[in-house]
Design a binder for this molecule. Structure first.
Ligand code: SAM
Ligand code: SF4
Length: 328
């Protein structure tokens, strides 16, 4: 049976966090000393595939693998290949969001498996800033990953979280770099997910402000491209580059929401901004496919109408879990 929520929204998009672990520690995403889930609590890759395939059978046509860093999970290539078999036969698209530190190693395998587009997080092109934001990352490694992906024909969208005092002044240069390289760019407002070591309020940049600045420097033409996701898009002049603004704080986008999220622990979150979830791992282990279907239906019947994000000084994060748990 198709996946339709109480608001009448049809769910077509499943985002899967294949691991909550990461080899970087981006300041807005994680605390330096993060506690990760014990491996015994994780879904096996086989279970992830079974759940994903059930969603495909029920009408999901787009899957994004994310994390944590998806490419740090051992054997993730097996999952990519297995899900890739559904591309063109149920799935319109299989994609991944990655920090690209290991992308050079995986790019060819991804294309073989049917992946055509990936999102790469890159918050600065400057080596010192990049190291500071990620707490120890090497931007050269990421750029090598991006180059390898481009060489095998993957379309690339750069994700950049706008951070006051850290990279806000670099946004025009990043857009120009993306135009020169033929990549898309999505700018993201920092979201109040999970405790980190700092107060996000200090770093929050409203994208309305960024947009005003960018439109004074670049010819930006509204593009009606819709993904059912939070981004609004602009074409940069006559270039190939599309600029996306993901602004959950300054523009609510929930009416068109078509997605749900599966964590590496097997929990299905119906909304990034709420704590409610259903346990698909338990349902599958105890009740097989029928149990899984029932749990999915139960979850869907509770999908909230909208998120409730706010960035306020001293306020606790909207939800306690980090983006890495639900796969940003
Ligand atoms: N590790 C991969 C990466 O960084 O691309 C995939 C997972 S990461 C959680 C997915 C996206 O979420 C990244 O683009 C990251 O910048 C973004 N992100 C993480 N925490 C965020 C937060 N609190 N607010 C806004 N975006 C966040
Ligand atoms: Fe890791 Fe991605 Fe979070 Fe950075 S944003 S710490 S790369 S999961």
């Amino acid at each position: 049976m198709a996946l339709v929520d109480p608001q009448g929204r049809t769910i077509r998009y499943l985002r899967i966090s294949v691991t909550d672990r990461c080899d970087l520690r981006c300041r807005y995403c994680m605390a330096e000393q993060m506690t990760f889930l014990p491996r015994a609590k994780l879904l096996s890759l086989e279970e992830i595939a079974i759940i994903a395939e059930r969603f495909i059978a029920r009408g999901v046509n787009k899957i994004r693998l994310s994390g944590g860093e998806p490419l740090v999970r051992r054997d993730v290539g097996d999952l990519v290949r297995r899900l890739g078999r559904h591309v063109g036969a149920g799935l319109d698209e299989l994609t991944m969001t990655t920090n690209a530190t290991r992308l050079a190693q995986y790019a060819a395998e991804m294309v073989d498996a049917g992946i055509r587009r990936i999102n790469v997080s890159l918050d600065s092109l400057d080596p010192d800033r990049f190291r500071y934001i990620t707490r120890h990352g090497d931007v050269k490694q990421v750029l090598a990953g991006i180059a390898a992906a481009k060489a095998v024909g993957l379309a690339i969208k750069i994700n950049m979280v706008a951070l006051a005092g850290l990279n806000e002044d670099e946004i025009p240069a990043m857009l120009q770099w993306c135009v020169d390289q033929g990549h898309d760019l999505s700018l993201i407002e920092t979201m109040p997910l999970g405790a980190i070591d700092e107060d996000r309020t200090d770093r929050f940049v409203p994208l309305t402000r960024v947009f005003d600045d960018l439109s004074a420097r670049f010819p930006l033409l509204r593009d009606n491209h819709r993904t059912g996701g939070p981004a609004r898009y602009w074409r940069v002049g006559d270039s190939e580059t599309r600029l996306g603004l993901i602004s959950p704080l300054t523009a609510n986008f929930c009416d068109g929401c078509n997605r749900v999220r599966l964590t590496t622990e097997g929990k299905l979150y119906m909304c990034l901004g709420h704590d409610d979830q259903v346990d698909l791992k338990g349902a599958l282990r105890d009740g097989g496919i029928d149990g899984l279907d029932q749990a999915i239906d139960q979850g869907l019947s509770r999908k909230p109408a909208r998120h409730d994000f706010r960035i306020e000084a001293g306020a606790a994060p909207a939800v306690a879990r980090h983006m890495s748990v639900t796969g940003g």
